[in-house]
Design a protein around this ligand. Sequence first.
Ligand code: AMP
Length: 228
Amino acid sequence: MNILIFGPNGSGKGTQGTLVQKEYNVVHVESGVIFRENIKKGTEIGKKAKEYIDRGELVPDGITIPMIVSRLQEPDCKNGWLLDGFPRSIEQAKALDEAVEKAGMKLGCVIEIVLPREIAKNRIMGRRLCANDNNHPNNIFIDAIKPTQKGDDFVCRVCGGALSARSDDQDEVAIGKRHDIYYDTKTGTMAAVNYFKDVAAKKGIKIIELDGKPGVKEVTEELMKKLK
Ligand code: AMP
């Protein structure tokens, strides 16, 4: 099964994506991760992409599209892939659609986590990291995982450890830039989502829309029900 997953930064897309990847035993192809690996290894792609990534801008299609299209044709993708972070624009959606067809692959399912922009922004800004364990989720704006109040401060709801905020989670300008791209229905990521919705019936693609407002657990339950 080949799957696309969409959702704004702050929607829990990463978490849900990992669950889908495990459930279907497909390769999780994340464009952002591939870029970061290339930067770490100092490859040509990494060198070219770094300046755009640092500015929070999209890496040009001339670099991104061939990188993803060739990744999907590697042997480990034979049993299926879950593509995350690509396509992010209408141009990338068209290029992917063409490449999938040319390679004789089939897109089986598109998952969209729907979350209003203001809520997505609060989710990101409310995230807190536990000093003891990265996997202790805390968010001052989500009731289900709200940290424990201790005097004027918050401590980890799981272990009582000290909490801190990631600096990039507090950068409203950077969050705004990413969301401008995501919520753009003319040429941005929402345009890519709509592109696949429009061709879904003709191409036999299953569309799964999820309400991202409830907690992670509820969204996962809804996702698993709809995937069956
Ligand atoms: P992410 O980890 O998905 O947030 O991606 C990190 C950064 O990688 C983004 O801010 C972009 O600069 C770049 N990037 C990831 N995916 C794409 C894409 N589909 N098109 C262009 N740039 C991308």
